[in-house]
Ligand binder design. Sequence first.
Ligand SMILES: O=P(O)(O)OC[C@H]1O[C@H](OP(=O)(O)OP(=O)(O)O)[C@H](O)[C@@H]1O
Length: 387
Amino acid sequence: MSNPFGTVPPDAILAGEATDAYFERTRATLEHADKNPHVVAEVTADQFPTGEFDVFTGVKDVATLFEGRNVDVDALPDGQLFDGGPVCRIEGPYLEFAALETALLGFLSQPSGFATAALEARVAAPDSLVLSFGARHVHPSIASTVERAALLAGLDGFSHVAAGEILGREAGGTMPHALMFCFGEGNQADAWTAFDEAVGEDVPRIALVDTFWDEKSESLLAAETLGDDLDGVRIDTTGSRRGDFRHIIREVRWELDARGHEDVDIFCSGGLVPETIRNLRDVADGFGVGSHITGADSVDFSLDIVEIEGEPISKRGKLSGVKDVYRTPDGGHHVALADREAPDDGESLLEPLVRDGEVVREFDLETATDRCLTDAAAVDFGSTLEE
Ligand SMILES: O=P(O)(O)OC[C@H]1O[C@H](OP(=O)(O)OP(=O)(O)O)[C@H](O)[C@@H]1O
C-alpha cells in the first residue's frame, strides 16, 4: 500500500493536482480560447490594516511549489508579522500557476494560523518555558507543520517525535497518565522511580502529579521520592476538577517550598489559552499548550489577480494594482501601490522568493524565529491581545 492513509502525496501537489476542479476547467477554457494573459496576482488576508497582526509562514513550501515554473514570486520573509495588504505576489502567464492556487493558499493559511496562535501563547508568558503539546489534535502527516510553527513563534520545544526528526530538534515532554495507571493508585512513587531509572540522563524528571490524589499530596510524594533528582511536577488537572487553578498551583508551590523543594518547578497543561497562561505565569514555571495552537483558525488568505497585461484590475471589494507593504519605525503596517512613493521611513517588506523559476532565498528557522519575536515586539503584538 503506497498511500495507506489516503493523504494527497507530495508529487500530486507539485504536479498541480492538489487543486480545485474549477481551475482545471479554467485551463481548458483558456486553452480553448487561446488565452494566457500575463498577470500579477497577490495573496492577501485583509485589503487594509485592521489593527490585528498575524504571523506569516509557509513560505518555504511556496518556494518549493513554484520552483522551476516560469514565474517571479515575491513574499514576506518567514516569520514576518503583517496586517493587511499582500503577503505574496506572483507574476507570470496565468496558466503557469492557475492550478497551484489551492495548494499555495493551503501552504500559507493553516501554518500561519498555527504560528499566530503559538505567538499568542509565547507573549502571554515571555519568560516561562512554553512547549507545544498539540500534535495529537491534527492529522499526523502535518504534525511537523504544527511543531515548526510553534518553534517559529518562539516556543521552547515540542512533543512530537517524528516532527523532531524532520526539524532536527529532539522532542521533549514529561509522562502520560497512562504510565501512572500502569503502576496503579498508591504506587505513584514506583512509577516515578522507574521513570527515573529508565530514561536518559538528559530527560528532565518531571512527575505527573494529578492522577489519583490531590496535587499537593502527589507533589510532595514526588519530591520525597526523587529528592534532588526531581526537576519539576506537571499539573494537568482536568477542567471539571480544576476549581481555582491558580490557587492550586500557589498551594503546591507553598507546600514544596515549606519542605525545602524550592528548586522543583511547576509545569501546567490542559486546555491552556493565552488568558490562563498570563494569569498563571507568575506562579508556574512552564506550560504545555496544545489545542490553542492546533485549533487556531487558518488565516483567511485569498489570491486575486490585480494586474492583467499591465492594466490594474480587481473584483468589487478588492484593491486593484500591484502593491507593496511597508513597516514604519512606529510599528505601523502600510499598504500602498508599489509604483508610488513609500511612506516616510517605511521599509518594504516583500522580498524576492522566485525569479524565473529559481528559488532565490534561503530559509533558516532560527532567523525566522528572531524575526517573528523582534517584529512582535516592534508592533507590540502582546498588548493588542490584552485589550
Ligand atoms: O489541552 P491541550 O492544550 O490540547 O494539551 C494537550 C494535551 O496535553 C495534556 O495531555 P496529557 O499528557 O496529560 O494526556 P494524557 O491524559 O493522555 O496523559 C492535556 O491534557 C492535553 O490532552
